[in-house]
Design a protein around this ligand. Structure first.
Ligand SMILES: Cc1cc2nc3c(=O)[nH]c(=O)nc-3n(C[C@H](O)[C@H](O)[C@H](O)COP(=O)(O)OP(=O)(O)OC[C@H]3O[C@@H](n4cnc5c(N)ncnc54)[C@H](O)[C@@H]3O)c2cc1C
Length: 321
Protein backbone atom coordinates (compact mmCIF):
# COMPACT_ATOMS: atom_id res chain seq x y z
CA UNK A 1 0.00 0.00 0.00
CA UNK A 2 2.15 2.79 -1.23
CA UNK A 3 0.84 4.13 -4.48
CA UNK A 4 -0.73 7.39 -5.60
CA UNK A 5 -4.20 7.27 -7.16
CA UNK A 6 -5.04 10.24 -9.39
CA UNK A 7 -8.71 10.69 -10.33
CA UNK A 8 -9.25 12.04 -13.85
CA UNK A 9 -11.67 14.90 -14.52
CA UNK A 10 -13.17 15.16 -17.97
CA UNK A 11 -16.01 16.87 -19.74
CA UNK A 12 -17.47 16.18 -23.19
CA UNK A 13 -14.70 13.65 -23.91
CA UNK A 14 -11.92 16.12 -23.05
CA UNK A 15 -9.59 15.75 -20.10
CA UNK A 16 -9.55 18.88 -17.93
CA UNK A 17 -6.28 20.74 -17.25
CA UNK A 18 -6.51 19.96 -13.54
CA UNK A 19 -5.91 16.27 -14.36
CA UNK A 20 -2.55 17.01 -15.97
CA UNK A 21 -1.64 19.15 -12.96
CA UNK A 22 -2.58 16.31 -10.58
CA UNK A 23 -0.43 13.93 -12.60
CA UNK A 24 2.41 16.49 -12.47
CA UNK A 25 2.09 16.73 -8.68
CA UNK A 26 1.95 12.95 -8.29
CA UNK A 27 4.98 12.41 -10.54
CA UNK A 28 6.94 15.09 -8.64
CA UNK A 29 6.59 13.19 -5.37
CA UNK A 30 6.46 9.54 -6.47
CA UNK A 31 10.17 8.81 -6.07
CA UNK A 32 10.31 10.23 -2.56
CA UNK A 33 7.27 8.11 -1.68
CA UNK A 34 8.62 5.07 -3.55
CA UNK A 35 5.18 5.02 -5.12
CA UNK A 36 3.64 4.23 -8.48
CA UNK A 37 1.31 6.75 -10.08
CA UNK A 38 -1.97 5.09 -11.01
CA UNK A 39 -4.50 7.17 -12.93
CA UNK A 40 -8.20 6.31 -12.59
CA UNK A 41 -10.50 6.99 -15.55
CA UNK A 42 -14.21 6.73 -14.82
CA UNK A 43 -16.06 7.29 -18.10
CA UNK A 44 -18.49 6.04 -20.67
CA UNK A 45 -15.62 5.78 -23.15
CA UNK A 46 -12.52 5.42 -20.96
CA UNK A 47 -10.31 4.26 -23.88
CA UNK A 48 -10.55 7.67 -25.57
CA UNK A 49 -9.93 9.56 -22.32
CA UNK A 50 -6.94 7.33 -21.57
CA UNK A 51 -5.19 8.45 -24.77
CA UNK A 52 -4.84 11.97 -23.30
CA UNK A 53 -3.17 11.00 -20.03
CA UNK A 54 -0.27 8.84 -21.16
CA UNK A 55 2.43 10.94 -19.55
CA UNK A 56 5.95 10.06 -18.52
CA UNK A 57 5.83 9.00 -14.88
CA UNK A 58 2.36 7.46 -15.06
CA UNK A 59 2.82 3.79 -14.13
CA UNK A 60 -0.65 2.50 -14.88
CA UNK A 61 -4.02 3.64 -16.16
CA UNK A 62 -7.05 1.98 -14.61
CA UNK A 63 -10.30 2.32 -16.55
CA UNK A 64 -13.73 1.91 -15.00
CA UNK A 65 -16.43 1.96 -17.70
CA UNK A 66 -19.83 3.31 -16.64
CA UNK A 67 -23.05 3.94 -18.56
CA UNK A 68 -23.08 7.70 -18.15
CA UNK A 69 -20.51 10.29 -19.17
CA UNK A 70 -21.22 13.18 -16.84
CA UNK A 71 -19.76 13.56 -13.37
CA UNK A 72 -21.90 12.03 -10.63
CA UNK A 73 -20.51 12.50 -7.10
CA UNK A 74 -22.15 9.36 -5.69
CA UNK A 75 -20.83 7.15 -8.49
CA UNK A 76 -17.35 8.63 -8.30
CA UNK A 77 -17.29 8.24 -4.52
CA UNK A 78 -18.29 4.59 -4.74
CA UNK A 79 -15.97 3.76 -7.62
CA UNK A 80 -12.95 5.41 -5.99
CA UNK A 81 -13.61 3.32 -2.85
CA UNK A 82 -14.17 0.07 -4.79
CA UNK A 83 -11.26 0.58 -7.20
CA UNK A 84 -9.16 1.61 -4.21
CA UNK A 85 -9.72 -1.85 -2.68
CA UNK A 86 -7.83 -3.33 -5.64
CA UNK A 87 -5.28 -0.56 -6.04
CA UNK A 88 -4.68 -0.02 -2.33
CA UNK A 89 -3.28 3.53 -2.58
CA UNK A 90 -1.51 5.48 0.13
CA UNK A 91 -2.53 8.78 -1.42
CA UNK A 92 -5.67 9.70 -3.38
CA UNK A 93 -5.57 12.96 -5.37
CA UNK A 94 -8.51 14.88 -6.82
CA UNK A 95 -8.76 18.41 -8.17
CA UNK A 96 -9.92 21.20 -5.87
CA UNK A 97 -12.76 21.77 -8.29
CA UNK A 98 -16.54 21.60 -8.09
CA UNK A 99 -16.31 17.90 -8.99
CA UNK A 100 -13.41 17.06 -6.68
CA UNK A 101 -14.98 18.89 -3.77
CA UNK A 102 -18.27 17.06 -4.34
CA UNK A 103 -16.82 13.65 -3.55
CA UNK A 104 -13.32 13.88 -1.98
CA UNK A 105 -14.45 14.54 1.59
CA UNK A 106 -17.00 11.71 1.37
CA UNK A 107 -14.31 9.34 0.09
CA UNK A 108 -12.03 10.36 2.97
CA UNK A 109 -14.81 9.95 5.53
CA UNK A 110 -15.71 6.47 4.28
CA UNK A 111 -12.08 5.39 4.25
CA UNK A 112 -11.27 7.07 7.57
CA UNK A 113 -8.32 8.58 5.72
CA UNK A 114 -6.46 11.80 6.35
CA UNK A 115 -7.93 14.68 4.38
CA UNK A 116 -6.89 18.16 3.28
CA UNK A 117 -8.29 20.43 0.60
CA UNK A 118 -6.98 23.21 -1.65
CA UNK A 119 -3.40 22.02 -1.36
CA UNK A 120 -0.78 24.07 -3.18
CA UNK A 121 2.41 22.28 -2.11
CA UNK A 122 3.38 18.81 -0.98
CA UNK A 123 6.59 17.06 0.00
CA UNK A 124 7.95 14.15 2.02
CA UNK A 125 9.76 14.71 5.33
CA UNK A 126 11.13 11.68 7.19
CA UNK A 127 8.87 9.48 5.07
CA UNK A 128 5.80 11.49 6.14
CA UNK A 129 3.65 13.37 3.67
CA UNK A 130 3.51 17.12 4.42
CA UNK A 131 1.07 19.31 2.51
CA UNK A 132 0.55 23.08 2.48
CA UNK A 133 -2.73 24.99 2.39
CA UNK A 134 -3.86 28.46 3.43
CA UNK A 135 -5.89 29.30 6.49
CA UNK A 136 -7.56 32.30 8.14
CA UNK A 137 -8.64 33.77 4.83
CA UNK A 138 -5.23 33.20 3.24
CA UNK A 139 -3.42 35.16 5.93
CA UNK A 140 -1.23 32.19 6.93
CA UNK A 141 0.03 29.03 5.28
CA UNK A 142 -0.33 25.77 7.19
CA UNK A 143 1.85 22.72 6.78
CA UNK A 144 -0.11 19.60 7.65
CA UNK A 145 1.02 16.06 8.41
CA UNK A 146 -1.25 13.06 8.80
CA UNK A 147 -0.19 11.27 11.96
CA UNK A 148 -1.25 7.61 12.08
CA UNK A 149 -3.25 7.87 8.86
CA UNK A 150 -2.50 5.04 6.48
CA UNK A 151 -4.31 6.68 3.58
CA UNK A 152 -4.54 10.37 2.74
CA UNK A 153 -7.09 12.00 0.41
CA UNK A 154 -6.27 15.43 -1.03
CA UNK A 155 -7.81 17.99 -3.33
CA UNK A 156 -5.15 20.04 -5.13
CA UNK A 157 -5.43 23.67 -6.20
CA UNK A 158 -5.56 24.28 -9.95
CA UNK A 159 -2.99 26.23 -11.98
CA UNK A 160 -0.38 25.46 -9.32
CA UNK A 161 1.48 22.25 -10.15
CA UNK A 162 3.61 21.76 -13.28
CA UNK A 163 2.07 19.81 -16.11
CA UNK A 164 4.12 16.85 -17.43
CA UNK A 165 5.25 17.22 -21.03
CA UNK A 166 6.80 13.91 -22.09
CA UNK A 167 4.46 11.17 -23.19
CA UNK A 168 4.81 7.43 -22.50
CA UNK A 169 2.89 4.18 -22.90
CA UNK A 170 1.80 3.01 -19.46
CA UNK A 171 -0.08 -0.28 -19.14
CA UNK A 172 -3.85 0.02 -19.10
CA UNK A 173 -6.30 -2.28 -17.36
CA UNK A 174 -10.04 -2.33 -16.84
CA UNK A 175 -11.82 -2.86 -13.56
CA UNK A 176 -15.57 -3.51 -13.76
CA UNK A 177 -17.54 -2.11 -10.86
CA UNK A 178 -21.26 -2.63 -10.49
CA UNK A 179 -22.86 0.71 -9.67
CA UNK A 180 -26.43 -0.16 -10.73
CA UNK A 181 -27.71 0.44 -7.18
CA UNK A 182 -26.55 4.07 -7.43
CA UNK A 183 -27.74 4.77 -10.96
CA UNK A 184 -30.51 7.36 -10.97
CA UNK A 185 -30.13 8.30 -7.30
CA UNK A 186 -29.25 11.71 -8.58
CA UNK A 187 -30.48 12.90 -11.94
CA UNK A 188 -28.31 14.90 -14.31
CA UNK A 189 -30.52 17.20 -16.36
CA UNK A 190 -28.14 19.14 -18.55
CA UNK A 191 -24.83 20.90 -18.66
CA UNK A 192 -24.70 24.61 -19.40
CA UNK A 193 -21.51 26.18 -20.69
CA UNK A 194 -20.49 29.49 -19.15
CA UNK A 195 -20.43 32.22 -21.79
CA UNK A 196 -17.13 31.97 -23.70
CA UNK A 197 -14.41 34.14 -22.21
CA UNK A 198 -12.56 36.56 -24.46
CA UNK A 199 -9.40 36.23 -22.35
CA UNK A 200 -7.46 33.68 -20.33
CA UNK A 201 -5.83 35.32 -17.30
CA UNK A 202 -4.01 32.10 -16.39
CA UNK A 203 -2.11 32.09 -19.71
CA UNK A 204 -1.43 35.84 -20.07
CA UNK A 205 2.21 36.95 -19.73
CA UNK A 206 1.46 40.65 -19.22
CA UNK A 207 -1.61 41.76 -17.26
CA UNK A 208 -2.86 45.25 -16.49
CA UNK A 209 -5.47 45.04 -13.75
CA UNK A 210 -7.72 47.71 -12.34
CA UNK A 211 -9.48 47.88 -9.00
CA UNK A 212 -11.98 50.05 -7.23
CA UNK A 213 -9.58 52.95 -7.70
CA UNK A 214 -11.08 53.48 -11.16
CA UNK A 215 -14.13 54.78 -9.29
CA UNK A 216 -16.74 54.53 -12.02
CA UNK A 217 -17.77 52.15 -14.78
CA UNK A 218 -17.43 55.04 -17.23
CA UNK A 219 -13.66 55.01 -16.65
CA UNK A 220 -13.31 51.34 -17.57
CA UNK A 221 -12.99 51.72 -21.38
CA UNK A 222 -10.12 54.14 -20.88
CA UNK A 223 -8.08 51.59 -18.92
CA UNK A 224 -9.13 48.76 -21.22
CA UNK A 225 -7.76 50.79 -24.15
CA UNK A 226 -4.58 51.47 -22.21
CA UNK A 227 -4.12 47.74 -21.62
CA UNK A 228 -4.72 47.01 -25.28
CA UNK A 229 -2.26 49.68 -26.44
CA UNK A 230 0.39 48.33 -24.08
CA UNK A 231 -0.25 44.77 -25.28
CA UNK A 232 -1.54 43.66 -21.88
CA UNK A 233 -4.44 41.40 -20.97
CA UNK A 234 -7.06 43.38 -19.04
CA UNK A 235 -7.61 42.03 -15.52
CA UNK A 236 -9.40 43.35 -12.46
CA UNK A 237 -10.13 42.87 -8.79
CA UNK A 238 -13.32 41.29 -7.58
CA UNK A 239 -15.42 44.42 -6.85
CA UNK A 240 -15.20 45.28 -10.56
CA UNK A 241 -16.78 41.92 -11.40
CA UNK A 242 -19.25 42.07 -8.53
CA UNK A 243 -20.42 45.45 -9.85
CA UNK A 244 -21.06 43.81 -13.22
CA UNK A 245 -18.50 46.05 -14.96
CA UNK A 246 -16.41 43.17 -16.34
CA UNK A 247 -17.08 39.43 -16.81
CA UNK A 248 -15.73 36.98 -14.25
CA UNK A 249 -13.01 35.78 -16.64
CA UNK A 250 -11.12 39.04 -15.95
CA UNK A 251 -10.98 38.57 -12.17
CA UNK A 252 -7.61 37.84 -10.61
CA UNK A 253 -7.50 36.21 -7.20
CA UNK A 254 -8.72 33.52 -4.91
CA UNK A 255 -12.21 33.28 -6.31
CA UNK A 256 -11.06 34.35 -9.78
CA UNK A 257 -8.09 33.24 -11.86
CA UNK A 258 -4.46 32.81 -10.97
CA UNK A 259 -2.03 34.69 -13.20
CA UNK A 260 0.04 31.53 -13.63
CA UNK A 261 2.13 32.46 -16.67
CA UNK A 262 2.33 36.17 -15.95
CA UNK A 263 5.76 37.86 -15.98
CA UNK A 264 4.62 41.48 -15.59
CA UNK A 265 1.61 42.59 -13.54
CA UNK A 266 0.34 46.16 -13.38
CA UNK A 267 -2.01 46.77 -10.41
CA UNK A 268 -3.81 50.08 -10.79
CA UNK A 269 -6.00 51.29 -7.94
CA UNK A 270 -5.98 47.88 -6.26
CA UNK A 271 -5.46 47.77 -2.48
CA UNK A 272 -3.89 44.29 -2.54
CA UNK A 273 -6.22 42.29 -0.30
CA UNK A 274 -4.93 38.77 0.42
CA UNK A 275 -7.60 37.33 -1.85
CA UNK A 276 -6.32 39.41 -4.76
CA UNK A 277 -2.67 38.68 -3.93
CA UNK A 278 -3.53 34.99 -4.00
CA UNK A 279 -3.77 35.19 -7.78
CA UNK A 280 -0.76 37.44 -8.51
CA UNK A 281 1.81 37.82 -5.73
CA UNK A 282 4.06 35.15 -7.28
CA UNK A 283 4.51 37.21 -10.48
CA UNK A 284 8.15 38.07 -11.22
CA UNK A 285 7.61 41.80 -11.74
CA UNK A 286 4.70 43.63 -10.12
CA UNK A 287 4.16 47.34 -10.63
CA UNK A 288 1.62 48.88 -8.25
CA UNK A 289 0.09 52.32 -8.52
CA UNK A 290 -2.02 53.54 -5.63
CA UNK A 291 -2.63 56.87 -3.88
CA UNK A 292 -2.43 55.20 -0.46
CA UNK A 293 1.21 54.66 0.60
CA UNK A 294 0.06 52.05 3.13
CA UNK A 295 -1.84 49.92 0.60
CA UNK A 296 -0.85 46.24 1.11
CA UNK A 297 -0.22 45.87 -2.63
CA UNK A 298 3.09 47.69 -2.04
CA UNK A 299 4.21 44.77 0.18
CA UNK A 300 4.33 42.47 -2.83
CA UNK A 301 5.20 45.04 -5.53
CA UNK A 302 8.58 45.06 -7.22
CA UNK A 303 8.06 48.72 -8.11
CA UNK A 304 5.47 50.98 -6.54
CA UNK A 305 4.28 54.49 -7.29
CA UNK A 306 2.13 56.52 -4.92
CA UNK A 307 0.23 58.19 -7.70
CA UNK A 308 -3.27 58.88 -9.00
CA UNK A 309 -4.04 56.30 -11.69
CA UNK A 310 -5.80 58.96 -13.77
CA UNK A 311 -2.60 61.03 -13.83
CA UNK A 312 -0.74 57.90 -14.88
CA UNK A 313 -3.29 57.27 -17.64
CA UNK A 314 -2.88 60.91 -18.85
CA UNK A 315 0.89 60.47 -19.02
CA UNK A 316 0.75 57.09 -20.78
CA UNK A 317 -1.84 58.30 -23.27
CA UNK A 318 0.27 61.41 -24.00
CA UNK A 319 3.25 59.11 -24.59
CA UNK A 320 1.23 56.98 -26.99
CA UNK A 321 -0.18 59.95 -28.93
C1 LIG B 1 -13.96 34.56 -0.06
C2 LIG B 1 -13.47 35.82 -0.74
C3 LIG B 1 -12.91 35.69 -1.99
C4 LIG B 1 -12.41 36.82 -2.64
N1 LIG B 1 -11.84 36.68 -3.86
C5 LIG B 1 -11.28 37.76 -4.46
C6 LIG B 1 -10.61 37.64 -5.71
O1 LIG B 1 -10.55 36.57 -6.32
N2 LIG B 1 -10.06 38.75 -6.25
C7 LIG B 1 -10.10 39.98 -5.64
O2 LIG B 1 -9.55 40.96 -6.19
N3 LIG B 1 -10.75 40.12 -4.46
C8 LIG B 1 -11.35 39.05 -3.87
N4 LIG B 1 -12.03 39.22 -2.69
C9 LIG B 1 -12.28 40.60 -2.23
C10 LIG B 1 -11.10 41.20 -1.48
O3 LIG B 1 -11.17 40.89 -0.10
C11 LIG B 1 -11.09 42.74 -1.62
O4 LIG B 1 -12.31 43.23 -1.15
C12 LIG B 1 -10.88 43.21 -3.05
O5 LIG B 1 -9.75 42.60 -3.61
C13 LIG B 1 -10.68 44.73 -3.04
O6 LIG B 1 -10.61 45.16 -4.37
P1 LIG B 1 -9.89 46.53 -4.72
O7 LIG B 1 -8.47 46.47 -4.29
O8 LIG B 1 -10.19 46.83 -6.14
O9 LIG B 1 -10.73 47.58 -3.87
P2 LIG B 1 -10.32 48.40 -2.56
O10 LIG B 1 -9.85 47.50 -1.49
O11 LIG B 1 -11.46 49.31 -2.27
O12 LIG B 1 -9.06 49.25 -3.05
C14 LIG B 1 -9.11 50.29 -3.94
C15 LIG B 1 -7.74 50.94 -3.91
O13 LIG B 1 -7.70 51.96 -4.89
C16 LIG B 1 -6.92 53.02 -4.37
N5 LIG B 1 -7.33 54.21 -5.09
C17 LIG B 1 -8.51 54.88 -5.04
N6 LIG B 1 -8.52 55.88 -5.93
C18 LIG B 1 -7.31 55.85 -6.55
C19 LIG B 1 -6.72 56.64 -7.57
N7 LIG B 1 -7.38 57.62 -8.16
N8 LIG B 1 -5.46 56.33 -7.98
C20 LIG B 1 -4.77 55.32 -7.41
N9 LIG B 1 -5.28 54.53 -6.45
C21 LIG B 1 -6.55 54.82 -6.03
C22 LIG B 1 -7.25 53.06 -2.89
O14 LIG B 1 -6.19 53.67 -2.15
C23 LIG B 1 -7.38 51.57 -2.56
O15 LIG B 1 -6.16 51.04 -2.10
C24 LIG B 1 -12.52 38.10 -2.03
C25 LIG B 1 -13.09 38.20 -0.76
C26 LIG B 1 -13.55 37.08 -0.12
C27 LIG B 1 -14.14 37.24 1.25
Amino acid sequence: MNDILVVVEHLDGKVKDITMELIGAAVSIKEEMSAKVIVLVIANDPETISQSIKYEGVDEIVMVPIDIDHFDPLLYEDIIIEAGKEINPRLIMLGHTVNGMACAAAVAARLGSGFASDIFDLCMEDNELIVTRSAYNNKVNLELGFVNKGIVTLTLRGATFPVPVESSSPPIRTINIDVTKLMGVSVHKNYEEAPPADIDISKAEFILSVGRGIQDEENLPRFAALAENLGATFGCSRPIVDSGWLPKAHQVGQSGKTASDCKLYFALGISGAVQHQHGMKHVETIIAVNTDPDAPIFNVATYGACLDIFELADALEAGQA
